[in-house]
Design a binder for this molecule. Structure first.
Ligand SMILES: [Ca+2]
Ligand SMILES: [Ca+2]
Ligand SMILES: [Ca+2]
Ligand SMILES: [Ca+2]
Length: 429
């Protein structure tokens, strides 16, 4: 839920930035208030585009003409200013409805004041009012926000214009490991207001790559949690810090790009619908799927030629430890969700096989596996949500050298049910 909220906020921010840019290029541009962040709570029903109609035309329609105001730009942005120096911004308010509108008052929240706006005032259809808003920065960093709320009649109308000043500072979040890391990095995060000030509550959220189930340790409400990023892709962090009076001291976003640095990175993730918490751990906390990677000619569960949980770091190719030709299963997960991943830097020529075996469901039933293959950090092969029952072996495909050519199948024909386990695994209860 937090993730969704965070994504929503981010997309709204992007949309507003685009709008502000458009306004700069075309100052006369008016945007329909119904489609933007500015809300028009006009109680009457508009009968169509009445922006240029007059009161006389409106008599021809069955419904009374709508009272309607539009703001341009949709949002009042101050940006960064000198501490103690007052800045002014003007928002153009136009009567785009079919009748005269009485603008009774404007109320502001946040550290913003109205300029000399001569309210109340009556606007004829098409007429424009320049609303001036002032702001005197008290701090050189962080973002402060508020809104201007105009009330008008007829129709108990209300027009809300968001106001924002300052610039967010990404410095409010520090990440000891940096913002470009490899999978399986435990990030050590710390939040501290870039302007100083007391913080009494923290809330971290993260938008994760699909399938990733990383959680903040010990919780998402401390100043300095850790987060283990195991899945390749973009993790988008957001931190909100509150002060003693319940006000937001600072809200800041920062992204971390997780990119495999080996020649070949094979990643297995899964979800198990019957498992209500796929992030907990313990011997029976979740389902256990396994990634397998076979060298040319090897069989599944072949102790020397199959890289899997029982043979996580074999010595392939040269016996010289300085030659980087040994694959490794860098993460085995036994309690739901994964990921598991296999990495190798140098592969001899031949066809290597990739497989997924459903070892034990621990009572949770069917799972849906996602397998991704990265070559030199770039995603080159994906199968999403392949349904597997306990005992199934999914022969995903092959990686052929030279050329690192990946091919495979996400379909049922690639799955062997009740796969025969060679000794000693056939003794599994
Ligand atoms: Ca679980
Ligand atoms: Ca496993
Ligand atoms: Ca070797
Ligand atoms: Ca797990």
């Amino acid at each position: 839920m937090m993730t969704t909220e965070s994504q929503r906020l981010r997309s709204a921010r992007l949309a507003l930035a685009a709008c502000a840019a458009a306004m700069l290029a075309l100052p006369a541009c008016l945007v329909d208030v119904d489609s933007g962040r500015v809300t028009d709570t006009d109680a009457t029903t508009a009968t169509g585009d009445t922006a240029t109609t007059t009161g006389a035309d409106a008599e021809d329609t069955a419904e009374p003409p709508a009272a309607r105001l539009q703001a341009a730009p949709l949002r009042c942005e101050f940006g960064l200013g000198a501490v103690g120096t007052t800045m002014s911004r003007t928002v153009s308010i136009q009567n785009t409805g079919g009748v005269a509108v009485d603008v009774s008052q404007a109320t502001l929240t946040g550290p913003f004041t109205l300029g000399d706006n001569h309210l109340p005032r009556t606007l004829a259809p098409g007429e424009t009012l320049a609303l001036t808003i002032d702001h005197t920065p008290a701090s050189a960093c962080g973002v402060t926000a508020g809104e201007a709320r105009l009330t008008y009649s007829p129709g108990d109308g209300e027009l809300v214009i968001p106001i924002e000043a300052g610039e967010p500072s990404a410095d409010a979040i520090t990440i000891a490991e940096g913002d470009e890391v490899i999978p399986q990095t435990r990030l050590h995060l710390e939040g501290r207001p870039s302007c100083g000030g007391a913080v009494v509550a923290y809330e971290w959220t993260v938008a994760q790559p699909v399938g990733s189930t990383a959680v903040f340790i010990p919780s998402a409400t401390v100043a300095a949690p850790t987060l283990e990023v195991n899945v390749a892709g973009l993790y988008e962090l957001e931190l909100t810090m509150w002060g003693e009076d319940g006000e937001i001291v600072e809200r800041v976003q920062k992204s971390v790009q997780v990119t495999p640095d080996e020649q070949l990175h094979v990643e297995l993730l899964w979800r198990t619908p019957a498992d209500e918490d796929e992030t907990d751990d313990g011997p029976d906390a979740g389902s256990d799927l396994d990634l397998h990677f076979l060298r040319p000619g090897a069989d599944w569960f072949d102790a020397a030629g199959d890289v899997y949980w029982h043979n996580a770091e074999p010595n392939w190719g040269s016996i010289d430890p300085l030659v980087d030709d040994d694959p490794s299963l860098d993460r085995d997960d036994t309690d739901g969700a994964g990921p598991e991943n296999m990495n190798v830097d140098v592969l001899a020529d031949g066809a290597y096989r990739v497989g997924v075996h459903y070892w034990d469901d621990h009572g949770f039933g069917a799972s849906f596996a996602t397998l991704r293959v990265y070559a030199h950090g770039t995603l080159v092969f994906t199968c999403e949500d392949v349904e597997l029952a306990p005992g199934d072996l999914w022969e995903v495909g092959t990686v052929t050298m030279p050329g690192l050519v990946v091919s495979g199948s996400c379909g049922d024909e690639a799955i062997t049910h009740d796969f025969y386990l060679p000794p000693p695994y056939d003794q599994q209860p």
